[in-house]
Design a protein around this ligand. Structure first.
Ligand SMILES: Nc1ncnc2c1ncn2[C@@H]1O[C@H](COP(=O)(O)OP(=O)(O)OP(=O)(O)O)[C@@H](O)[C@H]1O
Ligand SMILES: [Mg+2]
Length: 495
């Protein structure tokens, strides 16, 4: 049995494992490709995953699911097959994970049971849980859900054996993260992290698609955005052109319709102009993270397929003042680092030769409680543990009960930065009985947060130090354990 590292991407996924010599290596999929498209199609009720699904998606988009990672952890999201079976995002992701694990098992010559699965650093807890659940539904023992930039930094630290403060810029297919990581003697410490869940190569494709569609219409052609099949074909061609433009100064998009072929030439400067706003959004996040970390990076690590666009390296180098490191492959870094962590956590299989001692992460979301403001009288969010606090951590804040002789307080735990409760998520709550006092009581709310995403809440009477109550939030799981078991059994019957 071997533990693998899985980079479960929005558009592409990759698997790696530590080989018998102690080196992390990427495992090719059954098709021989180093990465596997994260696409699932249904032929009747038979799921098809990977390259074949990607081809099918261009022909019959309605039977296919792409970009499911954007929906993981959303309780009401469903994909319905033509025959009417509904799948949750966890189940669709499980189909991808099962394919990856099976292919990895075939490449290794032994079954894969344990995995570390990566997620974007700013994924909230519902999404992390849902990702772990997807692994369990796929029949895997999920050793850890690891942050993608941390994994990339582990791969870098591992490959270079060098201590460094890194800015990890990860622009993938559907998501964007920036993280400052310090690697010292095998300890990987996250200093600050931020990102955008809805920004990736897909959006660069969209920008090019709009431009090409407009040109084709202007040339008297049909609207290539009219109809799902035409749109899927246009997307395919534009994505190819975008990739070409990373290497060449010019690319051509050719769209056939009604016996006529319409061609649109696109130069790299034109493409860069069309997508300048998207690049600027990533630049702003880079600047925020640099400021939050408060240190200059010694190197910039570019990760994710979209970081191959030359304008990305140019921008990152301009903003940070350091050169981009190219020692780790942008498509492989996350999976390789996850494999190093998997080997360290697994009880079986080969060990990595230079083992990471520890991974010190930070909170990607602020945690707090809902309170009534004394000044305005309205309910608002009070942050107790700010974003980017190193994990594990503990912090407390002092509050006052609202009314005299109050016998109970409702503690609602929030996730998010905003003062306005409408823009944060309530991740759990508890009613805590308090001894009645003639005057309003001062209480301390102490929150803790550990490596596995458990939030602990302790409520203490400030004057006496008496504990009034405590509770733990096993951060809102989408599915309960029985449901995961049921889905795992259901998946087994699907070949
Ligand atoms: N040479 C290239 N030039 C420009 N873009 C590229 C190139 N190669 C791949 N891409 C883009 O990279 C994206 C896929 O990157 P990657 O595999 O890192 O994403 P992912 O891991 O699926 O997504 P995420 O990390 O957002 O979950 C796609 O949008 C693809 O078009
Ligand atoms: Mg990725």
């Amino acid at each position: 049995m071997t533990a693998v590292g899985i980079d479960l991407g929005t558009t592409y996924s990759a698997v790696a494992a530590v080989d018998s010599s102690g080196q992390p290596v990427l495992l090719a999929g059954a098709d021989g490709d180093p990465v596997t498209p994260s696409v699932v199609c249904f032929d009747g009720e038979t799921p098809i995953v990977g390259r074949a699904a990607r081809v099918a998606a261009a022909r019959s988009p309605h039977e296919c699911v792409e970009l499911v990672k954007r929906h993981i952890g959303e309780p009401s999201w469903r994909f319905e097959t033509a025959l009417g079976t509904a799948y949750t995002a966890e189940q669709i992701s499980a189909l991808i994970l099962r394919k990856l694990a099976r292919d990895a098992g075939a490449a290794l010559g032994r079954p894969v049971r344990e995995a570390v699965i990566t997620v974007p650093a700013y994924f909230d807890d519902a999404r992390r849980r849902a990702t772990a659940d997807a692994g369990r539904i796929a029949g895997l023992d999920v050793l850890r859900v690891l942050n993608e930039p941390t994994a990339a930094a582990l791969a870098f630290g591992y490959a270079s054996g060098r201590d460094e403060t890194l800015l990890v810029y990860d622009l993938g297919g559907g998501t964007f993260d920036v993280t400052m990581v310090r690697v010292t003697g095998g300890v990987c410490e996250v200093l600050a992290t931020d990102g955008d869940r809805n920004l990736g190569g897909f959006d660069f494709d969209n920008a090019l698609m709009l431009h090409v569609a407009e040109r084709i219409r202007a040339a008297g052609g049909p609207d290539p955005l009219d109809g799902d099949t035409a749109e899927a074909a246009l997307r395919d061609h534009c994505e190819q052109a975008k990739r070409s433009l990373s290497a060449l100064p010019e690319a051509t998009v050719a769209i056939g319709s009604g016996g006529h072929v319409y061609t649109v030439d696109v130069t790299r400067p034109t493409f860069e102009e069309l997508t300048a706003g998207l690049l600027r959004r990533t630049e702003e996040i880079v600047r925020d993270v640099l400021e939050a970390a408060g240190v200059r990076p010694g190197a910039v690590l570019l990760v994710g397929g979209s970081s191959r666009m030359p304008m990305v390296a140019a921008m990152a180098e301009r903003v940070t003042g350091v050169r981009a490191d190219r020692s780790v492959h942008p498509d492989q870094a996350v999976a390789l680092g996850a494999a190093v962590q998997a080997a360290a956590l697994s009880r079986s299989g080969p060990r990595a030769t230079r083992e990471p001692v520890a991974v010190l992460d930070v909170t990607s979301q602020s945690l707090g409680i809902a309170v009534r403001s004394a000044s305005t009288g309205s309910e608002e969010n009070s942050v107790v543990i700010p974003r980017n606090t190193p994990i594990p951590c503990q912090a407390g804040r002092r509050y006052r009960t609202l009314a005299e002789n109050q016998r109970e307080i409702l503690v609602e735990v929030t996730e998010g930065d905003d003062t306005d409760l409408r823009y944060v998520t309530i991740v759990g709550s508890a009613r805590i009985a308090i001894p009645p006092r003639p005057e309003s009581v001062t209480i301390d709310v102490v929150m803790s947060y550990d490596e596995d995403g458990m939030i602990g809440v302790d409520v203490v009477e400030s004057a006496t130090g008496d504990p009034l109550g405590d509770f733990e939030i096993d951060r809102r799981a989408n599915l309960d354990a029985r449901e995961v078991d049921r889905m795992r059994e259901a998946l087994r019957t699907l070949t």
